[in-house]
Design a protein around this ligand. Structure first.
Ligand code: F6P
Length: 357
Protein backbone atom coordinates (compact mmCIF):
# COMPACT_ATOMS: atom_id res chain seq x y z
CA UNK A 1 0.00 0.00 0.00
CA UNK A 2 1.24 3.53 -0.82
CA UNK A 3 -0.14 6.61 0.90
CA UNK A 4 0.27 9.62 -1.34
CA UNK A 5 -0.04 13.22 -0.25
CA UNK A 6 -0.93 15.61 -3.06
CA UNK A 7 -0.84 19.41 -3.20
CA UNK A 8 -1.00 22.22 -5.74
CA UNK A 9 1.07 25.32 -5.05
CA UNK A 10 1.71 28.73 -6.61
CA UNK A 11 -0.48 30.47 -9.19
CA UNK A 12 -3.16 28.14 -10.55
CA UNK A 13 -3.54 27.20 -14.19
CA UNK A 14 -5.83 25.13 -16.39
CA UNK A 15 -4.89 21.44 -16.30
CA UNK A 16 -4.16 21.07 -12.58
CA UNK A 17 -7.25 18.94 -12.00
CA UNK A 18 -6.58 16.88 -15.12
CA UNK A 19 -3.09 16.14 -13.75
CA UNK A 20 -4.42 15.31 -10.26
CA UNK A 21 -6.93 12.95 -11.85
CA UNK A 22 -4.16 11.36 -13.96
CA UNK A 23 -2.02 10.68 -10.88
CA UNK A 24 -4.96 9.28 -8.92
CA UNK A 25 -6.55 7.13 -11.59
CA UNK A 26 -3.27 5.57 -12.66
CA UNK A 27 -2.22 5.01 -9.03
CA UNK A 28 -5.48 3.22 -8.17
CA UNK A 29 -4.98 1.14 -11.30
CA UNK A 30 -1.26 0.34 -10.87
CA UNK A 31 -1.01 -0.34 -7.14
CA UNK A 32 -2.86 -0.20 -3.86
CA UNK A 33 -3.10 3.57 -3.37
CA UNK A 34 -4.45 5.91 -0.73
CA UNK A 35 -4.64 9.67 -1.20
CA UNK A 36 -4.43 12.55 1.23
CA UNK A 37 -5.36 15.93 -0.26
CA UNK A 38 -3.37 18.79 1.24
CA UNK A 39 -5.17 22.16 1.19
CA UNK A 40 -3.74 25.33 -0.37
CA UNK A 41 -0.27 24.13 -1.25
CA UNK A 42 2.60 24.18 1.23
CA UNK A 43 0.43 26.25 3.57
CA UNK A 44 -1.67 23.14 4.25
CA UNK A 45 1.44 21.02 4.67
CA UNK A 46 2.89 23.45 7.20
CA UNK A 47 -0.36 23.97 9.07
CA UNK A 48 -1.56 20.37 8.87
CA UNK A 49 -4.65 21.13 6.80
CA UNK A 50 -5.51 17.95 4.89
CA UNK A 51 -8.21 15.38 4.25
CA UNK A 52 -8.48 11.77 3.18
CA UNK A 53 -9.59 11.43 -0.43
CA UNK A 54 -11.30 8.55 -2.19
CA UNK A 55 -11.69 7.57 -5.85
CA UNK A 56 -14.92 9.54 -6.03
CA UNK A 57 -13.09 12.80 -5.27
CA UNK A 58 -11.19 12.49 -8.55
CA UNK A 59 -14.25 11.97 -10.74
CA UNK A 60 -15.61 14.63 -13.10
CA UNK A 61 -12.64 16.96 -12.75
CA UNK A 62 -10.83 16.47 -16.08
CA UNK A 63 -12.30 19.59 -17.66
CA UNK A 64 -12.44 21.70 -14.52
CA UNK A 65 -10.23 24.81 -14.35
CA UNK A 66 -8.39 25.85 -11.18
CA UNK A 67 -7.56 23.23 -8.56
CA UNK A 68 -9.86 21.17 -6.36
CA UNK A 69 -7.15 21.22 -3.67
CA UNK A 70 -6.83 24.99 -3.47
CA UNK A 71 -3.51 26.78 -3.77
CA UNK A 72 -1.54 29.64 -2.28
CA UNK A 73 1.37 31.72 -3.44
CA UNK A 74 4.30 32.20 -1.04
CA UNK A 75 2.16 31.67 2.07
CA UNK A 76 5.35 31.83 4.10
CA UNK A 77 8.59 33.56 3.31
CA UNK A 78 11.94 31.81 3.03
CA UNK A 79 11.14 28.17 3.78
CA UNK A 80 14.47 27.63 5.51
CA UNK A 81 14.48 30.76 7.66
CA UNK A 82 12.74 30.37 10.98
CA UNK A 83 12.99 34.04 11.95
CA UNK A 84 11.02 35.13 8.85
CA UNK A 85 7.75 33.72 10.13
CA UNK A 86 8.69 32.61 13.64
CA UNK A 87 8.03 29.02 12.72
CA UNK A 88 10.25 26.16 11.65
CA UNK A 89 8.46 25.50 8.36
CA UNK A 90 10.69 22.63 7.27
CA UNK A 91 10.22 20.76 10.54
CA UNK A 92 6.46 21.44 10.44
CA UNK A 93 6.22 20.00 6.92
CA UNK A 94 8.27 16.95 7.91
CA UNK A 95 6.17 16.40 11.01
CA UNK A 96 2.90 16.59 9.06
CA UNK A 97 4.26 14.25 6.37
CA UNK A 98 4.94 11.79 9.18
CA UNK A 99 1.60 12.41 10.85
CA UNK A 100 -0.21 11.70 7.58
CA UNK A 101 1.88 8.50 7.33
CA UNK A 102 2.80 9.33 3.75
CA UNK A 103 4.97 7.20 1.51
CA UNK A 104 5.38 10.11 -0.88
CA UNK A 105 4.31 13.64 -1.66
CA UNK A 106 3.26 14.83 -5.12
CA UNK A 107 3.61 18.57 -5.65
CA UNK A 108 2.12 20.28 -8.68
CA UNK A 109 3.59 23.71 -9.26
CA UNK A 110 6.01 26.11 -10.85
CA UNK A 111 9.52 27.24 -10.04
CA UNK A 112 8.90 28.18 -6.39
CA UNK A 113 7.07 24.90 -5.80
CA UNK A 114 9.95 22.92 -7.26
CA UNK A 115 12.45 24.73 -5.09
CA UNK A 116 10.56 23.71 -1.97
CA UNK A 117 10.00 20.20 -3.35
CA UNK A 118 13.76 19.87 -3.74
CA UNK A 119 14.32 21.17 -0.23
CA UNK A 120 11.94 18.53 1.15
CA UNK A 121 13.68 15.83 -0.89
CA UNK A 122 17.00 16.96 0.61
CA UNK A 123 15.36 16.55 4.00
CA UNK A 124 14.68 12.92 3.19
CA UNK A 125 11.01 13.04 2.08
CA UNK A 126 9.90 11.12 -1.01
CA UNK A 127 8.80 13.85 -3.40
CA UNK A 128 7.63 13.94 -7.01
CA UNK A 129 7.03 17.18 -8.90
CA UNK A 130 4.72 17.98 -11.80
CA UNK A 131 5.46 21.10 -13.87
CA UNK A 132 2.52 23.46 -14.22
CA UNK A 133 2.47 27.13 -15.18
CA UNK A 134 1.08 29.37 -17.87
CA UNK A 135 4.57 30.92 -18.01
CA UNK A 136 6.21 27.78 -19.47
CA UNK A 137 9.40 28.70 -17.64
CA UNK A 138 10.32 25.49 -15.83
CA UNK A 139 13.77 24.26 -16.59
CA UNK A 140 14.22 20.87 -18.27
CA UNK A 141 10.80 20.54 -19.90
CA UNK A 142 9.83 21.76 -23.35
CA UNK A 143 6.37 22.55 -22.12
CA UNK A 144 4.34 22.88 -18.92
CA UNK A 145 0.62 22.22 -18.67
CA UNK A 146 -1.50 25.36 -18.54
CA UNK A 147 0.72 27.15 -21.03
CA UNK A 148 -1.10 26.26 -24.23
CA UNK A 149 -4.53 27.04 -22.81
CA UNK A 150 -3.21 30.47 -21.83
CA UNK A 151 -1.74 30.88 -25.33
CA UNK A 152 -5.18 30.09 -26.80
CA UNK A 153 -6.84 32.70 -24.56
CA UNK A 154 -4.17 35.38 -25.05
CA UNK A 155 -4.17 34.80 -28.81
CA UNK A 156 -7.93 35.28 -28.86
CA UNK A 157 -7.42 38.60 -27.07
CA UNK A 158 -4.82 39.73 -29.64
CA UNK A 159 -7.12 38.57 -32.47
CA UNK A 160 -10.15 40.42 -31.21
CA UNK A 161 -8.22 43.59 -30.53
CA UNK A 162 -7.35 43.78 -34.25
CA UNK A 163 -10.86 44.57 -35.39
CA UNK A 164 -11.51 47.34 -32.91
CA UNK A 165 -7.98 48.74 -33.42
CA UNK A 166 -8.67 48.79 -37.15
CA UNK A 167 -12.06 50.44 -36.82
CA UNK A 168 -10.64 53.28 -34.75
CA UNK A 169 -7.15 53.47 -36.21
CA UNK A 170 -5.60 53.13 -32.77
CA UNK A 171 -2.44 51.83 -31.21
CA UNK A 172 -3.34 49.04 -28.78
CA UNK A 173 -0.99 48.02 -25.99
CA UNK A 174 -1.86 44.51 -24.76
CA UNK A 175 -0.15 43.52 -21.54
CA UNK A 176 0.06 39.76 -21.18
CA UNK A 177 1.16 37.66 -18.20
CA UNK A 178 4.74 36.57 -17.74
CA UNK A 179 6.84 38.08 -15.04
CA UNK A 180 10.27 36.70 -15.82
CA UNK A 181 9.64 34.77 -19.00
CA UNK A 182 8.04 36.00 -22.20
CA UNK A 183 6.92 32.66 -23.68
CA UNK A 184 3.21 33.43 -23.46
CA UNK A 185 3.61 36.85 -25.06
CA UNK A 186 5.87 35.47 -27.77
CA UNK A 187 3.49 32.65 -28.71
CA UNK A 188 0.31 34.74 -28.48
CA UNK A 189 1.99 37.72 -30.13
CA UNK A 190 3.12 35.72 -33.15
CA UNK A 191 -0.09 33.64 -33.35
CA UNK A 192 -2.24 36.73 -33.03
CA UNK A 193 -0.19 38.76 -35.53
CA UNK A 194 1.05 41.50 -33.19
CA UNK A 195 3.24 44.14 -34.85
CA UNK A 196 5.50 44.73 -31.88
CA UNK A 197 6.34 42.09 -29.26
CA UNK A 198 8.13 43.13 -26.08
CA UNK A 199 9.62 40.48 -23.80
CA UNK A 200 11.50 40.56 -20.50
CA UNK A 201 14.39 38.71 -22.17
CA UNK A 202 14.92 41.29 -24.93
CA UNK A 203 15.40 44.78 -23.48
CA UNK A 204 13.41 47.23 -25.55
CA UNK A 205 14.23 50.77 -26.54
CA UNK A 206 11.20 53.03 -26.29
CA UNK A 207 12.36 55.18 -29.21
CA UNK A 208 12.54 52.10 -31.44
CA UNK A 209 9.01 51.11 -30.43
CA UNK A 210 7.72 54.57 -31.26
CA UNK A 211 9.67 54.64 -34.52
CA UNK A 212 8.06 51.34 -35.53
CA UNK A 213 4.56 52.64 -34.76
CA UNK A 214 5.24 55.76 -36.82
CA UNK A 215 6.74 53.76 -39.66
CA UNK A 216 3.66 51.53 -39.82
CA UNK A 217 1.34 54.50 -39.77
CA UNK A 218 3.15 56.76 -42.21
CA UNK A 219 5.18 54.65 -44.61
CA UNK A 220 2.98 51.62 -44.75
CA UNK A 221 -0.20 53.60 -44.37
CA UNK A 222 -1.47 51.21 -41.78
CA UNK A 223 -3.92 52.89 -39.49
CA UNK A 224 -3.35 50.78 -36.41
CA UNK A 225 -0.62 48.96 -34.48
CA UNK A 226 -0.83 46.11 -31.99
CA UNK A 227 1.79 45.88 -29.27
CA UNK A 228 1.94 42.69 -27.17
CA UNK A 229 4.05 43.24 -24.08
CA UNK A 230 4.84 40.80 -21.27
CA UNK A 231 4.28 42.35 -17.86
CA UNK A 232 7.88 41.52 -16.96
CA UNK A 233 9.21 43.61 -19.84
CA UNK A 234 8.54 46.68 -17.68
CA UNK A 235 10.93 45.34 -15.09
CA UNK A 236 13.95 44.87 -17.29
CA UNK A 237 17.21 44.42 -15.49
CA UNK A 238 15.38 43.83 -12.24
CA UNK A 239 17.56 40.85 -11.54
CA UNK A 240 20.77 42.75 -12.10
CA UNK A 241 19.86 46.07 -10.51
CA UNK A 242 18.75 46.78 -6.99
CA UNK A 243 15.28 48.31 -6.70
CA UNK A 244 16.47 51.80 -5.90
CA UNK A 245 19.00 51.90 -8.72
CA UNK A 246 16.44 50.52 -11.12
CA UNK A 247 13.81 53.08 -10.21
CA UNK A 248 16.36 55.88 -10.58
CA UNK A 249 17.33 54.54 -13.96
CA UNK A 250 13.73 54.23 -15.13
CA UNK A 251 13.09 57.78 -14.00
CA UNK A 252 16.21 59.14 -15.62
CA UNK A 253 15.28 57.62 -18.95
CA UNK A 254 11.62 58.42 -18.55
CA UNK A 255 11.10 54.73 -19.11
CA UNK A 256 7.57 53.33 -18.85
CA UNK A 257 6.97 50.99 -15.94
CA UNK A 258 3.35 50.19 -16.73
CA UNK A 259 1.33 49.59 -19.88
CA UNK A 260 -0.52 52.85 -19.18
CA UNK A 261 2.71 54.84 -19.08
CA UNK A 262 3.87 53.17 -22.28
CA UNK A 263 0.57 54.07 -23.96
CA UNK A 264 0.82 57.67 -22.71
CA UNK A 265 4.31 58.01 -24.09
CA UNK A 266 3.33 56.57 -27.46
CA UNK A 267 0.29 58.80 -27.70
CA UNK A 268 2.27 61.83 -26.52
CA UNK A 269 5.03 61.33 -29.04
CA UNK A 270 3.04 60.13 -32.07
CA UNK A 271 -0.27 61.87 -31.56
CA UNK A 272 -1.97 58.54 -32.25
CA UNK A 273 -4.83 57.47 -30.03
CA UNK A 274 -3.56 54.66 -27.84
CA UNK A 275 -5.43 52.26 -25.57
CA UNK A 276 -4.42 49.59 -23.07
CA UNK A 277 -5.79 46.09 -22.64
CA UNK A 278 -4.80 43.97 -19.62
CA UNK A 279 -6.52 40.57 -19.71
CA UNK A 280 -4.76 39.57 -16.45
CA UNK A 281 -6.04 36.49 -14.67
CA UNK A 282 -8.52 35.82 -17.46
CA UNK A 283 -5.48 34.14 -19.05
CA UNK A 284 -5.35 31.60 -16.22
CA UNK A 285 -9.03 30.83 -15.87
CA UNK A 286 -11.42 28.23 -17.22
CA UNK A 287 -11.25 24.78 -18.71
CA UNK A 288 -7.96 23.40 -20.07
CA UNK A 289 -7.65 23.02 -23.84
CA UNK A 290 -7.55 19.49 -25.28
CA UNK A 291 -3.77 19.83 -25.61
CA UNK A 292 -3.40 20.64 -21.91
CA UNK A 293 -5.85 17.94 -20.85
CA UNK A 294 -3.74 15.45 -22.74
CA UNK A 295 -0.42 16.78 -21.45
CA UNK A 296 -1.59 17.02 -17.83
CA UNK A 297 -3.07 13.51 -18.01
CA UNK A 298 0.15 12.08 -19.45
CA UNK A 299 2.22 13.88 -16.81
CA UNK A 300 -0.06 12.64 -14.03
CA UNK A 301 0.07 9.04 -15.22
CA UNK A 302 3.85 9.26 -15.54
CA UNK A 303 4.06 10.50 -11.94
CA UNK A 304 2.03 7.47 -10.81
CA UNK A 305 4.54 5.24 -12.58
CA UNK A 306 7.42 6.97 -10.78
CA UNK A 307 5.62 6.25 -7.49
CA UNK A 308 5.10 2.63 -8.51
CA UNK A 309 8.83 2.33 -9.20
CA UNK A 310 9.65 4.24 -6.00
CA UNK A 311 11.71 6.57 -8.17
CA UNK A 312 11.44 9.65 -5.97
CA UNK A 313 13.17 13.03 -6.05
CA UNK A 314 12.11 13.59 -9.66
CA UNK A 315 9.92 15.96 -11.62
CA UNK A 316 8.03 14.99 -14.73
CA UNK A 317 9.06 16.61 -18.01
CA UNK A 318 8.49 16.56 -21.75
CA UNK A 319 11.61 16.61 -23.90
CA UNK A 320 11.69 16.14 -27.65
CA UNK A 321 8.08 14.95 -27.64
CA UNK A 322 8.65 12.27 -24.99
CA UNK A 323 7.45 12.29 -21.41
CA UNK A 324 10.26 11.61 -18.95
CA UNK A 325 11.68 13.03 -15.76
CA UNK A 326 14.47 15.16 -14.33
CA UNK A 327 16.06 14.94 -10.89
CA UNK A 328 14.73 17.77 -8.71
CA UNK A 329 18.21 19.19 -7.91
CA UNK A 330 18.87 19.61 -11.65
CA UNK A 331 15.96 21.95 -12.19
CA UNK A 332 15.30 23.62 -8.84
CA UNK A 333 16.21 27.30 -8.71
CA UNK A 334 16.50 27.62 -12.49
CA UNK A 335 14.21 29.50 -14.88
CA UNK A 336 13.74 28.67 -18.56
CA UNK A 337 13.79 32.01 -20.35
CA UNK A 338 13.17 32.78 -24.02
CA UNK A 339 16.56 32.75 -25.75
CA UNK A 340 16.81 36.10 -27.62
CA UNK A 341 17.58 34.16 -30.80
CA UNK A 342 14.92 31.48 -30.36
CA UNK A 343 13.66 30.32 -33.74
CA UNK A 344 10.20 31.77 -33.20
CA UNK A 345 11.72 35.15 -32.31
CA UNK A 346 13.92 34.88 -35.38
CA UNK A 347 10.98 33.97 -37.63
CA UNK A 348 9.02 36.94 -36.31
CA UNK A 349 12.00 39.26 -36.87
CA UNK A 350 12.29 37.93 -40.42
CA UNK A 351 8.65 38.91 -41.00
CA UNK A 352 9.29 42.43 -39.82
CA UNK A 353 7.87 42.09 -36.31
CA UNK A 354 9.69 44.47 -33.98
CA UNK A 355 11.05 43.43 -30.59
CA UNK A 356 11.88 47.06 -29.83
CA UNK A 357 15.62 46.49 -30.32
O1 F6P B 1 3.21 32.43 -12.66
C1 F6P B 1 2.02 32.61 -13.31
C2 F6P B 1 1.59 34.06 -13.27
O2 F6P B 1 0.32 34.14 -13.88
C3 F6P B 1 2.55 35.04 -13.88
O3 F6P B 1 2.48 35.11 -15.27
C4 F6P B 1 2.13 36.32 -13.20
O4 F6P B 1 3.18 37.24 -13.16
C5 F6P B 1 1.76 35.86 -11.83
O5 F6P B 1 1.43 34.49 -11.94
C6 F6P B 1 0.61 36.59 -11.19
O6 F6P B 1 0.50 36.17 -9.89
P1 F6P B 1 -0.76 36.31 -8.95
O7 F6P B 1 -1.78 35.31 -9.39
O8 F6P B 1 -0.24 36.02 -7.59
O9 F6P B 1 -1.27 37.70 -9.13
Amino acid sequence: KRRIGILTSGGDCPGLNAAIRGVARASYELFDAEFVGIADGYKGLIEGDYREMTENDFKGILTLGGTILGTSRRPYRNMRKIEDDNINKVEAMKANYKKMKLDCLVTLGGNGTHKTANLLAEEGLNVIGLPKTIDNDIWGTDVTFGFHTAVDIATDVVDRIHTTANSHGRVMVIELMGNKAGWLTLYAGVSGGADIILLPEIPFDLEKVIAMVEKRTKERQRSFSIIAIAEGAFRQDESSLKRKERLARLKEHNYPSTAYQLADQIQGQTGLETRVVVPGHYQRGGSPSPYDRLLATQFGVYAANLIKDENYGQTVAMTGGKVGHNPLPDIAGKTKLVPPHHQIVQAARDMGVSFGE
